[in-house]
Design a protein around this ligand. Structure first.
Ligand code: MLC
Ligand code: AMP
Length: 504
């Protein structure tokens, strides 16, 4: 049952709490502040620009821009107009851009001048429009234009987040307005975020963590967001003195505790440190606790496909090494390989099973792809292995999916292998990409290559070749030659064998 109404539009919810004069953004780089009223006003100006393209209703708009306030205006304008926002990493290379254009079939691609200039060489068969917002719209205070928030169905798609999914090729997770609204209600309540809060925003904005949590939750709560282009300890930490919430991936916490000046005083007025997107090691949690004089990082767990589903409590006991308990809008289950549920029995840790979830924040499905990630009862299969601990908190203990998590970014070995094999193909016969532990990034990407020719290609040349094609975080940090890849009886590469021999 759908219901068409502008109250269903996420944008309305994002701007409903704050007083118009309250500060929405502080931009430390530009030494500028922006009220909620001004924010809405500039979003309307960008909305007017978008309307000039006369796109059909619910068009998909692919946005590949650097992190800055203009990009945020554009994101919000897209949502306000009821279009579907598809934000992608500005450091994606040619191979990736071609794929997203082909797969998403956007009606409009918003990109930088640099990408637009090379567009015809990069992308084939694109029929949509192109827009480069290099000249920011200036604030016209005297002559405001009001753009109506578009009415949308309850289950209309607000955002498509491309994620590596559970099987390799990047897939678009279709998140509805209702998915985000349910998430915002849960998290505002869980973490008691309100108009007095000041959130540090140093995450990328094209993923769920930086978009749904750090950005949308901040606005929905009527709080102030201090916007940084990227995470740099020296730049960000001084702002802890006048901020209350920090959201980060474990790599950011590793960098904080390794920063000599980070101590109890440096924590300033932060009341809540949140971590997610990758496992937070017990060592990082404990070192952070010690060097801040007693601050417990609140670890939570989520996915692009489900938004945030589990979190340690804000007020209750935060159990180290766990990702907590389900949020109100979510049900979870663990299932063994036969599909049988593994129940929680008080007082004892459970067996390990795949984490599955169902609820209001779970995506509608993958764009244009069959939903193989849902089982016959509608449970979303996360591809993560988990167990109940003795108190009924969930511990993530591994993954079924072949995914590497490097600094919170997800790398699928097959995607990188595919591009490596296209390098002077007669030279590289086989390749296997895998992850190894890394004290800063959690895991780092490594490639084992097979080449039987006497003259082997140079690793630096391979790296250069990959640079224009793939985002930097996917490029292996180390390459090595191997005579043959270890394989099982089915001929499948045994990455675990490579991992073990590499780590010895
Ligand atoms: C950057 N580089 C990385 C990298 N990030 N390499 C491996 N892994 C990473 N994560 C490379 C760049 O390509 C570049 O290489 C060099 O490091 C320096 O780039 P940089 O931009 O200066 O990097 P840095 O600032 O150090 O970035 C580290 C980081 C960043 C941890 C701040 O990776 C980051 O912001 N990660 C957050 C990812 C995130 O938001 N994930 C959320 C997913 S949503 P070169 O060779 O060009 O010099 C999700 C759901 C949920 O998971 O639950 O939240
Ligand atoms: P993404 O594909 O970027 O949405 O990333 C989702 C994946 O991030 C999950 O399937 C997990 O593997 C991982 N993840 C997110 N939060 C945590 C966490 N707190 N601990 C361990 N893994 C996490």
């Amino acid at each position: 049952m759908t219901h068409n109404n502008s109250d269903n539009n996420l944008y309305k919810h994002l701007l409903k709490t704050a007083q118009p004069k309250a500060i929405a953004f502080e931009l430390p780089d530009e030494q500028q502040i922006l009220s909620y009223h001004q924010l809405n006003h500039v979003v309307d100006q960008y909305a007017r620009v978008l309307l000039q393209f006369q796109l059909p209703e619910q068009s998909r708009i692919l946005v590949q821009l650097e992190k800055n306030i203009t990009t945020i205006y554009i994101y919000l304008a897209v949502i306000k107009l009821g279009y579907t926002l598809i934000p992608i990493n500005p450091s994606y290379g040619h191979t990736e851009i071609q794929y997203f254009i082909e797969d998403a079939e956007p009606a409009l691609f918003i990109c930088t001048d640099a990408v637009a200039k090379q567009f015809n060489q990069i992308v084939k068969n694109y029929n949509g429009a192109l827009y480069t917002p290099e000249q920011p719209v200036t604030l016209v205070v005297d002559n405001p234009i009001n753009i109506e928030t578009k009415s949308v169905d309850v289950d209309a798609i607000a955002v498509i987040i491309y994620t590596s999914g559970t099987t390799g090729k990047s897939k678009g997770a279709m998140l509805t307005h209702a998915n985000f609204i349910a998430q915002l209600i849960d998290l505002k309540h869980a973490w008691k975020i309100n108009e007095q809060d000041v959130l540090i925003h140093a995450l990328p904005i094209f993923h769920v963590h930086g978009l749904a949590l750090n950005l949308f939750l901040g606005l929905y709560s009527g709080a102030t967001i201090k916007l940084f282009k990227r995470f740099d300890c020296d730049e960000v930490v001084p702002h802890f003195q006048k901020a209350t919430i920090f959201m980060g991936v474990p790599t950011m916490y590793n960098r904080l505790i390794n920063s000599p000046s980070f101590n109890r005083t440096a924590v300033g007025s932060i009341r809540l440190f949140l971590s997610g997107s990758a496992p937070l090691s017990i060592q990082t949690f404990e070192t952070f606790y010690t060097c801040t004089g007693g601050y417990e990082i609140l670890e939570r767990y989520g996915m692009s496909e489900t938004l945030i589903t589990l979190a340690n409590p804000y007020e209750g006991h935060r159990r180290i090494g766990t990702v907590g308990i389900p949020l109100p809008s979510i049900n979870i289950n663990l299932i063994d390989p036969t599909g049988t549920p593994i129940n929680f029995l008080a007082g004892q840790p459970s067996n390990i099973g795949e984490l599955v979830c169902k609820g209001k924040t779970v995506m509608k499905g993958y764009w244009k792809k069959q939903d193989i990630s849902f089982d016959e009862n509608g449970w979303f299969k996360t591809g993560d292995l988990a167990m109940w601990d003795e108190k009924g908190y969930i511990k993530i203990v591994g993954r079924i999916k072949e995914m590497i998590i490097s600094g919170g970014y997800k790398v699928y070995p097959q995607e990188v292998e595919h591009v490596i094999l296209s390098f002077e193909s007669h030279h590289i016969e086989e390749v296997a990409v895998f992850g190894v532990p890394d004290t800063d990034l959690g895991e780092r990407v490594i490639a084992a290559l097979v080449c039987n020719a006497t003259e082997k290609p140079n690793f630096e040349d391979i790296k250069c070749f990959l640079k224009g094609k793939l985002a930097g975080y996917k490029i292996p940090k180390h390459f090595f030659w191997i005579n043959e890849l270890p394989k099982n009886a089915m001929g499948k590469v045994q990455r675990n064998v490579l991992y073990s021999s590499y780590c010895l």
